[in-house]
Design a protein around this ligand. Structure first.
Ligand code: ATP
Length: 189
């Protein structure tokens, strides 16, 4: 069975931490592909600050050179609250010949207890977590750990830097940098 890593996120915007962790997990778990899944309305977070179309386009442009990375528009098309349980069930139904792994960072590992129908979700898919600075990885649920070089970068930091007119160059993939500039995203109103 082909092993696929599912990587959900708001990607508001995509940053190099996302890219590095996806590649690290792909290698460590010998995954065939990683599918980036931009969320429509993340259950745990505020609404994204730019449109789904923009967030998805930034992912699409950034992964275009990597044939093992794909973008999946299922949550954006569904257009409701982006519950992982629903997403995983839909993908398993659509691709019965693939084995899925769900990839999360240390902050999400800690929050698993509050996820929608977490017990059922645990039955549906295996979780792979990566360390994230500032988070302990503490959880009552089975999550396999892939150790990555600690990356203290976040989308909120990128948005804050944009607000303060500070550079974000090289903190995001080059296509994201140019996309943000071109479209004037995250600029102070
Ligand atoms: P925000 O700062 O807006 O909360 P974020 O940087 O956490 O955003 P998301 O798109 O919400 O970005 O994250 C998608 C997934 O990537 C989550 O599972 C998150 O834990 C993980 N992740 C993001 N950045 C890192 C990082 N620097 N180290 C480890 N995991 C990360």
């Amino acid at each position: 069975m082909e092993k696929i890593g599912l990587f959900g996120g708001t990607f508001d915007p995509l940053h190099i931490g996302h890219m590095i962790l996806a590649e690290a997990v792909r290698e460590a778990w010998k995954l065939e592909e990683i599918w980036f899944i931009p969320s429509h309305l993340p259950p745990h977070k505020e609404k994204a600050s730019v449109s789904g179309r923009d967030r998805m386009e930034m992912v699409r442009e950034s992964i275009s050179q990597n044939d093992k990375f794909k973008v999946c528009d299922l949550e954006l098309l569904r257009g409701d609250k982006s519950y992982t349980l629903k997403t995983v069930r839909e993908l398993k139904e659509r691709y019965p010949d693939k084995k899925f792994f769900f990839i999360i960072g240390g902050d999400m590992v800690e929050s698993l207890g509050s996820w929608y129908h977490i017990e059922e979700l645990m039955e549906e898919v295996s979780f792979v977590g990566v360390n994230r600075p500032g988070y302990s990885f503490g959880t009552d649920y089975p999550v396999s750990k892939v150790e990555i070089p600690p990356l203290s970068i976040s989308s909120s930091e990128i948005r804050e830097r944009m607000e303060r007119n500070l550079t974000i160059r090289y903190m995001v993939p080059e296509p994201v940098y140019f996309y943000i500039k071109r479209k004037g995203l995250y600029e102070h109103e």
